[in-house]
Design a protein around this ligand. Structure first.
Ligand SMILES: *[C@@H]1O[C@H](CO)[C@@H](O)[C@H](O)[C@H]1NC(C)=O
Ligand SMILES: *[C@@H]1O[C@H](CO)[C@@H](O)[C@H](O)[C@H]1NC(C)=O
Ligand SMILES: [Zn+2]
Length: 710
């Protein structure tokens, strides 16, 4: 036991000594210490567990490790913390599963825990509690319980309904029933019955039975699906949970103490959908009821608000309402049409992107969208990436391939001439359109498409330039993302996986360079041990949007593979041929996906500088139309995206403009014409009164150029 203690103690003392930051994620519940494991600690745990598993001669996956650690933490008493090594629990890694009572400070009640979970989660304001619990390896008792109470309620109302499975999922639970189709109206009835069961405060009783006994009982109540589930349970004894003495189900737990522990006001049945048993289209179609369960009403409200808000921000809907883009059946799935109002936003993004790249020493490239199949053979894509590629096409007896990536082209550009060490670093950037095969079922708006434009770049450099180059990319990434309002990032550094190419030497050097660059930049990051690509270490970055959701965008990857495959070289100071380092990087990822994220981030309310239409001129009557047209010309000449909107009464014109989220409205009546003014309404600033045309133009220009509000 000695090494085990030592390790555990070192982890705890690390936390106690504050070697892991984020102390606010730890809190006391009664006299027990609870908390979310911060990512940095998780990584450390994982590391320690790897060592532990070696010590125990077991594979990591065989250890009930997370539960063991959980036990350890919740047993630590407040006043005696930090504990001396002797006081640590005896066998935190016992192979027996933990008893549920030990979870209870965390899962029941959920109050403190879920509050803390909220902080660590990607859903700001609500918290994907279950996701947090999952990282702990803990089953959320509340969700499991609610699924059971729901099943009991369904069978009370529909005695012929057959139960199947009822797992917990992100934010809640579902349960599948073999029964007549349900509608939303029936969900209300079921929820009412659930409320009744909850108010009866029935005790939850765990029972262990033999397989034979379980079979007997299932036969007695005629539940064919349950029998099938029993057959798939390998261990004995079989655990059963009873709700009072009225209903029971096969279940591994954990459960709350009694149905009264559920707050009926914090539970909601969300929807019903059809689902095949075992996901098999040849098996019966079941009714799947989704629900969500929280500790208190506020949490439920916050969650429902989040869901509502996510729906309101759905880029597919906004894209249609604001006429930004479409995906058309006649052209095919996953192929995006940028309409004028979307295209202008893309143009501004591209323009901003190109300017920053030119300022930071990149050269721009344009390269073709297809190339001979042989090129993709050399690059290795045909061998390792084929399932993501479109089929080849034959042109004059040669096979050609739509490109899934831009890298080989940039290498060909590199190879056009001999390079000396003096040329480095070479940075080439391209908004490169690529095509990748995706299953039609997995396509999703702008987020998952078949044709998209990467904001791609490749850096060729010397070994000892890696750090500075990466640092430069981090600065550039931040500069670009800040322009679009993204200032919160989650960063991972992924190191060498088991299967990889390249010498230890260069892996170590490159990984250290990546770390140095990140430390230099002062960004906190997680280390994903062994999570790198086979060809090199990498940095991934996710941005957090206005709803607190995280989106993968930027990636920086060192590549030891392609330079070798294409045999690219340079001549060093001793006139010897050497292989350069190649770095792939994208900041926005793909323009399509980034646009989708941007739409949802702003909920379509683009800031003035990005807005497809920046100002609308609204004549009160047709008499002012000509004045407005003249004014429109002036605004356009000053680079302001303006348009005149007329032919309706003013209130209607204002309403339509508001619906289209136009940042500025300039109303023009007879008085404005006479005094050469406009009366301004700003989407963010409200009624701004009447101002001279010159003022209006200069203020608008100022706000656009300086990316501020009007
Ligand atoms: C970092 O790694 C963790 C664990 O593998 C993962 O959950 C998270 O999404 C990763 N984040 C980024 C930015 O890649
Ligand atoms: C942007 O802001 C700077 C500094 O406040 C100012 O000098 C400049 O004139 C502004 N740009 C425009 C177009 O007004
Ligand atoms: Zn690349």
């Amino acid at each position: 036991m000695f090494p085990l203690y030592k390790l555990l103690f070192s982890i705890i003392s690390d936390i106690v000594l504050g070697r892991f930051c984020l102390p606010s994620r730890w809190y006391w519940s009664g006299d027990k210490m609870c908390g979310i494991i911060p990512p940095s600690v998780q990584a450390k745990w994982y590391q320690s567990l790897s060592i532990l598993s070696k010590l125990c001669g077991r594979r990591l996956s065989d250890l009930p490790h997370q539960k063991g650690f959980l036990e350890l933490f919740i047993k630590i008493r407040g006043p005696n913390f930090p504990p001396s090594p002797q006081k640590l629990p005896k066998s935190p890694l016992s192979r027996r599963p933990m008893r549920e009572e030990l979870y209870s400070p965390l899962t029941n009640p959920l109050t403190d825990f879920s509050e803390s979970a909220t902080r660590c989660t990607s859903l700001k304001g609500t918290g994907t509690l279950n996701t947090c619990l999952r990282t702990w390896g803990v089953t959320p008792a509340l969700s499991v319980e609610c699924a059971h109470v729901m099943a009991m309620a369904v069978q009370k109302i529909y005695p012929d309904a057959k139960v199947t499975i009822g797992p917990w999922i992100e934010n809640g639970f579902y349960y599948d029933f073999d029964m007549e189709p349900l509608t939303d109206k029936e969900l209300k009835k079921i929820k009412k019955e659930m409320d009744r069961i909850i108010s009866q405060n029935l005790p939850l009783i765990r029972e262990e039975v033999s397989r034979d006994e379980a079979e007997k009982r299932i036969t007695a109540i005629n539940e064919p699906y349950k029998m099938e589930i029993l057959e798939s349970i390998k261990e004995e004894p079989i655990t059963i949970y009873h709700i009072g003495n009225q209903w029971w189900d096969l279940c591994a737990g954990p459960h709350v103490e009694s149905t009264g522990s559920i707050n009926r006001k914090a539970v909601e049945l969300e929807s019903v959908a059809g689902a095949y048993w075992r996901g098999d289209t040849n098996r019966p179609m079941l009714q799947r009821i989704y629900g969500t369960a929280w500790e208190n009403e506020e949490q439920l409200k916050a969650y429902l608000h989040f869901k509502e808000e996510a729906k309101r921000r759905d880029h597919r809907r906004i894209g249609q309402d604001l006429d930004l883009f479409s995906i058309q059946d006649e052209a095919g799935g996953g192929l995006v049409f940028w309409h004028p109002k979307g295209a202008i936003v893309r143009h501004i993004i591209e323009d901003t992107w190109k300017n920053i790249h030119l300022q930071r020493g990149y050269d721009l490239l344009y390269t073709p969208h297809v190339a001979k199949g042989d090129l993709w053979k050399i690059s290795g894509h045909l061998d390792f990436y084929k399932e993501n590629m479109f089929d080849q096409m034959e042109i004059e007896d040669e096979l050609y391939q739509l490109r899934p990536m831009n890298c080989p082209y940039h290498i060909l550009v590199y190879k056009r001439k001999l390079h000396s060490y003096r040329d480095f670093p070479i940075r080439v950037a391209e908004l490169g359109t690529v095509y990748r095969y995706e299953l039609s079922g997995s396509l999703h708006g702008l987020f998952r498409v078949r044709g998209f434009t990467q904001d791609d770049a490749h850096i060729f450099c010397l070994d000892d330039q890696i750090k500075d180059e990466i640092r430069g990319v981090l600065d550039l990434t931040e500069e670009i993302l800040l322009q679009f309002g993204f200032d919160k990032y989650e960063v991972n550094l992924s190191t060498r996986p088991e299967k990889s190419v390249g010498d230890d030497d260069i892996w170590d050097k490159a990984t250290a360079a990546l770390k140095d660059a990140l430390n230099d930049k002062g960004w906190s990051y997680q280390i994903d041990d062994g999570g790198g690509a086979f060809y090199g270490p990498k940095i991934d970055l996710k941005i957090e949007d206005a709803l607190g959701r995280k989106w993968q965008c930027s990636t920086i990857q060192v590549d030891f593979n392609l330079p070798q495959r294409f045999d690219i070289t340079y001549v060093d100071s001793n006139q010897e041929k050497k292989r350069p380092i190649m770095i792939h990087r994208a900041v926005l990822g793909s323009l399509e996906r980034f646009f989708g994220v941007l739409i949802e981030h702003y909920a379509g309310d683009f800031p003035l500088w990005l807005s497809p239409i920046q100002a609308r001129l609204l004549p009160v009557t047709d008499t002012q139309l000509e004045y407005c047209n003249e004014l429109n010309k002036r605004l356009k000449a000053d680079g302001i995206r303006a348009e005149v909107c007329s032919g309706e009464r003013l209130p209607k014109l204002i309403r339509t403009s508001e619906k289209l989220k136009i940042p500025l409205m300039a109303v023009v009546g007879p008085k404005e014409v006479e005094t050469q003014t406009v009366t301004v309404r700003s989407r963010f600033g409200g009624e701004l009164g009447t101002m001279a045309i010159d003022d209006f133009i200069s203020r608008t220009k100022y706000a656009i150029q300086n990316r501020t509000f009007f």
